[in-house]
Design a protein around this ligand. Structure first.
Ligand SMILES: *Cc1c(COP(=O)(O)O)cnc(C)c1O
Length: 227
């Protein structure tokens, strides 16, 4: 677990360096540790370094780990595909869902969120590279879906999320994130009260920060390769 602490310190340093390079405050960027397929001991090691926000993609695995880590004050983000038959458990166990891309899923999450609980924080996933096989709402349909979600009780629409087509150069990576940032500005212009741009992973952290990410989602950079 020694190297997990070191990896985390390196990712935090990279986040700070990139923030400084692009004139941003590192404090305005939340590091989400993506712990999918990692065991509870590894998550505990990262939490021991002060990390609080964790991201998971697989529901059953995530719920099992939450049970084993319930003594820790962690905030859980669901970032995987949301199937309609999983909405009840997701709405009960998570604080955030980054991957909402359909009205039906949003409505089911809203219906399942306990009235006494704080609203479930939601990001709209956008198919920003226009890949036919990718999850996410088409950019042209985002305003309408955002308005629908914003009006649902039990949910708080926070912003946009994207997982662009992989690219190796900073410029190409930035171009995709820039489109998400511009869509975010458009939605705000349309009166939606959004504060979150969830974008950037281990391999495109700098590009995402350059384009205004407020949440970056880093898995392998912290935990090492998934097995
Ligand atoms: C797995 C995953 C990540 C983390 O990717 P890494 O390359 O491990 O940093 C981020 N976002 C989503 C949606 C993921 O599924």
């Amino acid at each position: 677990m020694q190297n997990i602490a070191q990896n985390l310190a390196e990712i935090r340093a990279e986040l700070e360096t990139s923030a400084a390079r692009y004139g941003r405050s590192a404090a305005a960027i939340t590091l989400l540790a993506v712990s999918k397929s990692q065991g509870p001991a590894a998550i505990r090691a990262v939490a021991a370094c002060g990390q609080r926000e964790f991201g998971e993609s697989y529901l059953q695995e995530a719920i099992a780990k939450m049970g084993q880590l319930s003594d820790l004050p962690l905030t859980w983000h669901f970032i995987g595909p949301v199937q309609a038959n999983k909405t009840r458990l997701i709405a009960r166990h998570f604080h955030w869902v980054h991957s909402v891309d359909r009205d039906k899923i949003a409505r089911r999450l809203a219906e399942a969120r306990a009235p006494a609980a704080a609203p479930l924080n939601v990001c709209l996933e956008v198919n920003i590279s226009g890949e036919s096989t990718k999850a996410g709402v088409a950019p042209a349909a985002a305003v309408e879906l955002a308005r629908y979600i914003a009006a649902l009780p039990g949910l708080r629409l926070r912003g946009l999320m994207a997982m662009p087509e992989p690219a190796t150069t900073l410029d190409v990576q930035r171009a995709a994130f820039r489109r998400l940032r511009e869509l975010f500005a458009e939605l705000r212009q349309a009166g939606l009260d959004l504060d979150t741009l969830s974008m950037g992973t281990t391999s495109d952290l700098e590009a995402a920060i350059a384009e205004g990410a407020t949440i970056v989602r880093v898995g392998t950079g912290i935990f090492g390769p998934r097995t």
